[in-house]
Design a protein around this ligand. Structure first.
Ligand SMILES: Cc1ncc(COP(=O)(O)O)c(C=O)c1O
Length: 490
């Protein structure tokens, strides 16, 4: 069977291990200026222990390292909930334009009109796409957007007389939701999802009271299901003076089709690094803009970009603002990329994105449903959650399937999340994967399901083709070796 191509190929020593005394990676002309030594008190006692290498040594080292990993540019990367989608190269080119890449955030407004215009336009596009009134682009990630959004709810509730004590959160939520609520000082109250995997208005009605500041709800939820009772749920929360926080991390399933604001959501974060194709690389830099209805606009973080008669300006004086949540204007390069993507796609293109993302998830669902257990039978949005129930009969679990998938050349999907599904395997194909890629992936998953029946031991010891075999997951997470031990090395 053809595979998706493998990562983890090479043995690669550390830079310190290939260092050779006296080897050099740069050459500078000698200075004609007299040398000025720093004051004695500021001088190091010893030379820094830096590796000594030539430029080719360093370039090759990092190029080889870059090939150890799976990445969205090397392989199909079906990581559910994380939306690892293709990063169009035109975004990269635009973000590198000198006028964007070489500006400084302290420049006077009149010298950065283009950047301010872009931020203003992006805010308007995101407001339009989400059905909200105003947007801040500052937050640096989805979770940071959540923090900002819940701070806004708290500011609003405080201004109306009582910050209240609780936030309701369906048990299908991403772990960042309860963490956010707690960080802002709220008690995170879990709400049970119904048997079909959706939040029920009747349950919210039971839990909602004047002590609840609001509800955090993800739509489509982390089971990849649309919350069909969302309008009634918002009405119930509003009727008791609460606000509804929408976790909009899954907007890839809604673009140009449905707007959270129209369903009654008051505040929403959007992950640019998921839906709007900006890179996730190495944990960021991301961007998690927050969109709000008019009632929350006065509390948005400063600074705000505003349009005046003679151009754009940066406004700091907003007395009700929750203050700054990020230095300068957020991760500006990401904003340029997302703006470029939206302009490139247009409303029709964005609609097509959603249609293809949902189609692809449903295709994977249809091809794998006989091999892997589907905990929820109802219609799927942009991602699909299976469980290891069928494989468990032969003593094979989700982790074994994920490890074995690497031998077939695919990045493992998200596993053991969402927590409401025991042994979850969460697959998000995104819109840009071809039918051929999806077929290769599904063929591999089906082959693994067959192996689980015939030779469970094979799966329990997988992977075999990777640079390192099966890791001790707990040890790898808890006993990190991040420092080089120089003892006896130099
Ligand atoms: C539903 C949901 N909410 C929140 C987040 C948090 O976003 P971030 O990872 O950018 O902090 C994610 C991340 O994948 C998510 O899937």
């Amino acid at each position: 069977m053809s595979t998706g191509g493998r990562g983890f190929q090479f043995q690669e020593p550390l830079l310190f291990e290939i260092s050779r005394e006296g080897r050099q990676g740069f050459s500078l002309p000698s200075s004609t200026k007299p040398r000025r030594e720093p004051p004695e008190a500021l001088r190091r006692l010893n030379d820094p222990r830096l590796p000594e290498l030539s430029e080719p040594d360093v370039v090759r080292h990092f190029t080889r390292l870059s090939q150890w990993n799976f990445s969205i540019d090397t392989n199909f990367y079906p990581l559910g909930s994380c939306t690892m989608k293709h990063n169009p190269r035109v975004n990269e080119e635009v973000a590198r334009y000198t006028g964007f890449a070489h500006v400084h955030p302290y420049q006077p407004d009149e010298t950065v009109q283009g950047c301010l215009a872009l931020m203003h336009a992006l805010e308007r596009y995101l407001a339009e796409i989400s059905g909200m009134d105003a947007v801040t682009l500052q937050p640096a990630a989805g979770a940071h957007g959540e923090l900002t959004g819940i701070l806004l709810i708290r500011a609003f509730q405080t201004a109306t007389g009582n910050p209240r004590r609780k936030i309701l959160i369906p048990d299908s939520a991403h772990g960042t939701n309860p963490a956010t609520a707690s960080m802002v000082g709220y008690e995170a109250v879990p709400v049970k999802t119904g048997r079909e995997g959706r939040t029920l208005a009747s349950v919210i009605a039971q839990e909602m009271n004047e002590d609840v500041a609001g509800l955090m709800i993800t739509n489509p939820n982390t089971l990849g299901l649309y919350e069909t009772e969302i309008r009634d749920i918002c009405d119930i929360v509003h009727s008791k003076g609460g606000l509804v926080y929408g976790d909009g991390a899954n907007m890839n399933a809604l673009l140009s089709k449905a707007r959270p604001g129209d369903a009654g959501i008051d505040v929403l974060h959007i992950n640019l690094h998921k839906t709007f194709t900006t890179p996730h690389g190495g944990g960021g830099p991301g961007a998690g803009p927050v969109a709000v209805k008019k009632t929350l606009e006065p509390y948005l973080p400063v600074p705000r970009v505003v349009q005046k008669e003679n151009g754009f300006a940066v406004e700091h004086n907003r007395p009700q603002s929750v203050g700054r949540v990020k230095s300068f204007f957020g991760n500006f390069g990401m904003l340029v990329r997302a703006y470029t993507y939206i302009r490139e796609m247009g409303p029709e293109g964005l609609k097509r994105v959603t249609e293809l993302a949902v189609l692809n998830a449903n295709y994977v669902r249809a091809r794998l449903k006989d091999s892997y257990h589907l905990p929820f039978e109802t219609g799927q949005m942009h991602e699909v959650v299976f469980s290891d129930k069928f494989q468990k009969e032969n003593g094979v679990t989700t982790i074994d399937v994920a490890k074995r998938l690497m031998d077939y050349g695919f990045a493992p999907p998200t596993i053991y999340f969402p927590l409401v599904v025991f042994g979850a395997i969460m697959i998000e194909p995104t819109e840009t994967e071809s039918k051929e890629t999806l077929d290769r992936f599904c063929d591999a998953m089906i082959a693994i399901a067959e192996e689980a029946k015939k030779d469970p031991e094979l799966l329990r010891k997988a992977p075999y083709q990777t640079k390192l075999r099966r890791l001790d997951e707990a040890k790898a997470a808890r006993e990190l070796k991040l420092r080089f031990d120089f003892t006896n090395k130099r």
